[in-house]
Design a protein around this ligand. Structure first.
Ligand code: ZN
Length: 215
């Protein structure tokens, strides 16, 4: 279950039970960058490309998912409407942070991230927890026919990024009981979240992060 902690970071209570894990979804007020100077990030390009951080910090090239299993390592994605997804492999103590807008969702970035975790860490999707954080909701995300067509819909529609990505994760074998959705719309909740669609070029970005506690 999602809740907001006293640092203005959303967390998932089921993931708090994993003592080796650091995780959260930042809001406008969360100072994630200042609090975690060792974040690994990528230049996000709405692709299906996954990058293994392997203990490195800083900007690690182009991609839309970052993987980590090194103690002390922390990976993050930046969003303002796009969906942040954190994948947590309980058995192998490995994580991924995923950035999924409509292009990434159409490219099945979440499934590519699960595949990359399988190849890199030996992850079995049945061992994964998947947390889908605050993003633009179907309430606010009307798209035109060109985008709708990417999802097999004719004409204008309202896209449900969380629903689409959760469906893709279930297809890989993630258990429905381990998929956690925030249900928080970044465009509706202006006081809490940045929204690119609402604020245009003035929109800030929020960090969502996952990592392994330092030994
Ligand atoms: Zn909304």
């Amino acid at each position: 279950m999602f809740y907001k902690d006293d640092r203005q970071i959303y967390r998932v209570s089921e993931l708090d039970e994993l003592a080796w894990l650091v995780h959260g979804f930042g809001t406008r007020a969360a100072e994630v960058r200042a609090r975690f100077p060792n974040l690994a990030t990528v230049k996000q390009v709405h692709s299906d490309r996954c990058v293994a951080a392997s203990g490195r910090a800083g900007m690690l090239g182009h991609g839309d998912a970052l993987l980590e299993n090194v103690p002390g390592g922390l990976v993050a994605v930046k969003t303002a409407d796009c969906l942040p997804i954190l994948l947590v492999d309980e058995r192998h103590r490995a994580v991924a942070a995923v950035h999924a807008g409509w292009r990434g969702t159409a490219a099945r970035i979440a499934q590519h991230a699960v595949d990359a975790m399988r190849e890199t860490f030996g992850t079995d999707p049945a061992d994964l927890h998947a947390a889908l954080g605050p993003g633009i909701g179907p309430c606010c995300y009307e798209v035109g026919p060109e985008v709708a067509a990417q999802f097999g819909v004719h004409g204008r529609t309202h896209l449900d990024l969380a629903g689409l990505n959760s469906g893709q994760l279930l297809e890989t074998g993630v258990s429905p009981a381990r998929v956690y959705q925030s249900g928080l719309c970044t465009m509706c909740r202006a006081a809490e979240f940045h929204s690119f669609r609402r604020d245009k070029e003035a929109a800030g970005r929020m960090y969502s992060f996952a990592g392994i506690v330092a030994q």
